[in-house]
Each structure stands twice: as C-alpha cells, then as structure tokens.
Design a protein around this ligand. Structure first.
Ligand code: UT7
Length: 333
C-alpha cells in the first residue's frame, strides 16, 4: 500500500473591504508612503470595521469561500483548526464558533497560537492527523484581526499590520503529493522583542495596564528583523538541502509576508528567481496567521499538480520554520 500523505485539496480566503492606504496613515502618524514602501513593500492593508465582529467573522468567510468552491458538505469535516494570535475571546476557542457557523457539526475544533507561524505550525498539525489515518478532512484556517491589538499612534508597528483570513483543506493522498517534510523551530528569547505585555496570566488587565498601552503589540523591529532574516532563510535552505531540491526544482516560495526585504533575502539565499516568489504584502500588509493561506488563495489559479512549494515563516515567540509541500491539483480543471 502507498504511504498516506496529507495534501491541500482546496483553499479559500477573505479580506475586509476597508482599505487603509499609506496615504491615510500619513494623516494618523508621522510617516510617509516613500518610507513605508521602501522599508517594507507595503502600500495598503485591509481593516475589519464591522461593529462587534472579531477574527471569527473573517475565518468563517474564508471557510465558506472554500466550502462553496469545493462544493464540500461541511458535515464531512472532521476537525477545524484556527491559527490566530487574536482570538475572539481569551477563553472559548474561536475555532468552535467557526465550526458551528459553517455547519461542520460533526467536527471538533480548537485554536493554535504561534504568532506569525501559526499557519505554518498548523500545517504540520493538520497533516499529522491526516497522514496518521485518524481523520480524513481537516480544515485549517489562519485568521487575525491585528487592528484589534495595534496602537495607531505607534508608527513603528501600525504601518505593518492588517486584517485577513485564509483557509486550506487537508485530505489523504497516496500519489506522493502533499506535505513531504518540515523543519520547525522556536526560541523563547523572542518574547523580549515582540509581545503584547498585558491581558495574559502574568499581567491581567488593570486600569494601569490600559493607561500604559500594554494591551497593544510592542515590537523591537530592528532586532526582530535580524532574527527573521537569518532564521527564515536558514530554514528554507535547510528544507531544500534535506530534500535535494535545487532552485530549479522549486516552483514557488510561499513566504510569510512581514517585510519585503525579509522575503527577498530568503529568496536570494535559495537562489530563487523572484518570479517564483508569492507576494501580496503590498496589498494586505502583515496579516499574521493569514499570510500563507492568503497567498495560496491569490495564486491558486497559477498552481499546477506536482509543483514543489517551499513555505517559510518567522514570528513572535520566536517561532519559525519551513515546509516542503507538493501541490496536488490544477485549479482550472
Ligand atoms: O511578522 C512577525 C515578525 N515581524 C517582522 O518580521 C518585522 C521585522 N522588522 C521590520 O520589518 C522592520 O524592522 C520595520 C519595518 C519594523 C522597521 O524598519 P527598519 O528599517 O528596521 O527601521 P528602524 O526601526 O531601524 O528605523 C529607522 C528610522 C528611525 O529613525 P532614526 O532613529 O534613524 O532617526 C525610525 O524612527 O526610521 C524611523 N521610522 C519611521 N519613519 C517613518 C520608524 N518607523 C517609521 C515610519 N515612518 N513608520
């Protein structure tokens, strides 16, 4: 019997309608379009403005898009995983709400949190459940409403992040396609450089923490940048080496969208032509858990069965890594 691997068999996506352009940001903080574009590659990002709605709103939309495109009966879904750093509530899994709303009434559901690596790590989790033979349909969603934890008076963070969600369905494959290798790492040293200080068990919310703006993301950008560049590139290079992939064998790099300069450095390290690098940072900014599935959503029509994809991400914690996945379908069929 052929070995069972876990392949992505459908993708979906959703970004909110409101477009926060660099021009609009110029009116909010001391910045300018030229600085943001040259330092990050970002031109605009989407912001969820719907009153009273959180991350689940976008996760549900992305999942519904996938379900409709795939013509999938949601009752067949065994497990719903939501990768997010901005759950609807601190207690009560966002994934449980999503599963119920999309009609996945036979599924169990839970959240995964690894900051910007949530979707990458989630791919490993989803694929392990499927490859073990335990479950047949695992829906992995990456979704974040970053605008809910961003300080729009801090020009060093508010220019980077945006809101969005993407979804991917993992199913068994016996033809050698799907997730073939992974290299995942973490280092707690990262907590010092990228964090939301208050609202957790160390520093629960008080009037003081609110006054001190400790419920917003703090980032030492320069330090994070250095770690991100070296670790994301190393991880991608390692995956290529381990699987004897030359730059010619790789069809696509699917990189976390935090900064175009980090993406370029990773592609250069892989000796990869930039036409093979998926990129949408200029339109959405850094959507944290949403970046990788939103790339698949945007590039789906260009992907062919048998394409070799190298995923790479780096995020808070620190968390980072790379995944080698062989694409399993032609979307135009
Ligand atoms: O996704 C998870 C992980 N996160 C990342 O990977 C993000 C990694 N970090 C970065 O992408 C970059 O460090 C940033 C985009 C956050 C910042 O870019 P940078 O090139 O590292 O800028 P910097 O922090 O070194 O600041 C350079 C200068 C400073 O001015 P001085 O001290 O040289 O006079 C900043 O005050 O640019 C200034 N600056 C700005 N100027 C205009 C910082 N933010 C802005 C801004 N507009 N928005």
């Amino acid at each position: 019997m052929n070995k069972i691997t876990a392949a992505i068999t459908a993708v979906g996506g959703y970004v909110p309608d409101f477009v926060l352009t660099n021009k609009l940001l110029e009116g909010m903080v001391d910045t300018n379009d030229e600085w943001i574009t040259s330092r990050t590659g970002i031109k605009e990002r989407r912001i969820l403005k719907e009153e009273g709605e959180g991350t689940s709103y976008m996760a549900i939309k992305a999942a519904e898009d996938l379900i409709q495109k795939k013509n999938l009966d949601p009752k067949e879904i065994d497990l719903v995983l939501v990768g997010t750093a901005t759950p609807d509530l601190m207690v009560a899994a966002t994934a449980a709400k999503v599963a119920t709303e999309i009609g996945a009434t036979n599924a169990f559901a839970y959240d995964l949190q690894a900051a910007c690596s949530s979707f990458l790590y989630g791919m490993s989790t989803a694929a392990s459940y499927v490859a073990s033979g335990r479950y047949k349909k695992v829906l992995l969603i990456g979704a974040d409403k970053m605008s809910s934890i961003i300080d729009y008076t801090d020009r060093t963070t508010c220019i980077i992040f945006g809101d969005g969600a993407g979804a991917a369905l993992f199913e068994p494959n016996t033809e050698g396609e799907g997730l073939l290798d992974e290299y995942l790492r973490s280092d707690g040293i990262g907590r010092e450089f990228l964090k939301m200080e208050a609202g957790g068990s160390i520093l629960p919310a008080t009037e003081e923490t609110v006054k001190n703006r400790q419920h917003y993301v703090y980032q030492d950008g320069k330090s994070v940048f250095k770690f991100a560049v070296s670790n994301m590139a190393d991880a991608a290079a390692k995956i290529m080496e381990r699987n004897s992939l030359s730059h010619e064998d790789v069809n696509w790099l699917v990189p976390h969208q935090a900064n175009k300069r980090i993406i370029d450095a990773t592609a250069n390290r892989m000796d990869l032509d930039h036409s093979k690098v998926m990129m949408n940072i200029h339109r959405y900014g850094n959507t944290t858990s949403g970046t990788l599935p939103l790339l698949l959503y945007d590039y789906e029509s260009q992907l062919k069965k048998g394409d070799n994809l190298v995923f790479a991400a780096f995020g808070g914690g620190f968390t980072w890594g790379s995944i080698y996945l062989k694409w399993a379908y032609n979307s135009n069929n």
